[in-house]
Design a binder for this molecule. Sequence first.
Ligand code: NAD
Length: 478
Amino acid sequence: MIDDGEQGASRGIFFDSVSRYFNRAAGYSKVDTGLLRQVKTCNAVYRMRFPVRADDGSIAVVEAFRAEHSYHRLPTKGGIRFSEIVSLDETIALAALMTYKCAIVGVPFGGAKGGVILDSHSLSEGFRERVIRRYTAELIRKNFIGPDIDVPAPDYGTGEQEMGWIADTYKNLKMNEPHPYACVTGKPLGMQGIPGRTEATGLGVYYGIRACTEQPEEMKRLGLNPGVAGKRVIVQGLGNVGYHAAHYLQSQGGATIVGIIEREGALYAADGLDVDAVYRHRREGGTLEHFDGGEFSADGAAALERDCDILIPAALEDQITAENAPRIRARIIAEAANGPVDFDGEAILRERGILMIPDLFLNAGGVTVSYFEWLKNRAGVSFDRLLSRNEELTKTRLVETLESLTERRVPEPVRSQLVHGSREKDLVTTALEQTMMHSFEQIHRMWTSRDLPDLRTAAFLLAIERVAESYGQHGIFP
Ligand code: NAD
């Protein structure tokens, strides 16, 4: 067992699960025990309480955290979660997953995470803004934010609006910072955000599922045909990640979304739900109820257990435990959320031959695209300007050479089609697709070549070895 200095009283199911997953994978590595302890442990936490004026004029005391898990690479990086069940241990466990996630997809950051104990879905916009601006000021005060220090992003309960407020607060309080917008990613486009960041995690989930279902031997073992097309899918959580994953699975992959689960209950339709229509319906009415194209049930937990090919938990952790794992009927569980399956639940699912695509690989699309946003902000120039111009010049030269060799002029519409450079969004999407496919190949190869129990152990082991190697390369500061 690798002691991370956090032993003792129970730290919560999610924290314990991440710790046990780490230990299991560490058992297959040859990394020195002291170094393993360093790879596992959380390097720094900031726990804060601050007053914020509530909408009725009273003073609310808000409790919040920022955990910086690993300094093997800087800056550290990780989302900010708003939820009434946020805790310090949950924040630390999420920060650890960020370290491993970045290592798997080759993003050169350490992991971090922020948490604010508030249910964002029930807050007014004004209150959310006051909380997030004050939270940012607290992070600045303790040097827990900055382009080269620690760079937050959206997570459960936050989105581009909150990231915009963070960037604005930082810019105003750090007047001498040359690239203030690089202090946070997931910003609105007008504030130097990057096209494709909002949907990046869900799109990455789609690419990751596609890569996995294209493995003929795995699908054969599960009794399924290779490919996403025609797979029956149930999604839990129709927020940023869940909605985009379902949208791309349906529109690009040809999957049938048979079930959608939200807080108030679930919708089911054996011949498929129109994801975009359900999303609009819930956004307008605040509930899945009364949607025309599916049957509604108030029992969301029971819907997790319905028959399907792929179950995608995309809400919160600990949704599948030893209690309900024996009743899950999906053949594949695609972990879009962080930690949706706990350690004991996982053992039962594995025993039952259910394939799990682990969170630390599957939802890494967000941080992958965040990395491009950060690079662009640091460079002070968009990829459009940087790459398209160069690409256009090269292609123009090619067309001109062709014209001089053939002594014929290429017609204008064809020329413009040939010469047109990549748009920033195309570049981001292609890079995301490549990253998810390549990372899947790596963890799949590790799983099979090192005879590991499952994909999760392979993903953890790959991350552990990469972080340990990075410590080896840079040495440990005396
Ligand atoms: P979100 O707030 O946009 O959406 C979450 C959705 O889940 C909400 O619609 C909420 O109503 C729903 N939900 C909550 N409890 C539920 C329950 N018991 N049953 C069904 N639905 C429920 O959050 P998000 O950004 O989509 O994050 C979802 C998960 O994905 C989290 O675990 C988060 O850590 C993870 N994640 C998010 C990102 C990102 O870029 N946003 C990146 C990586 C991982």
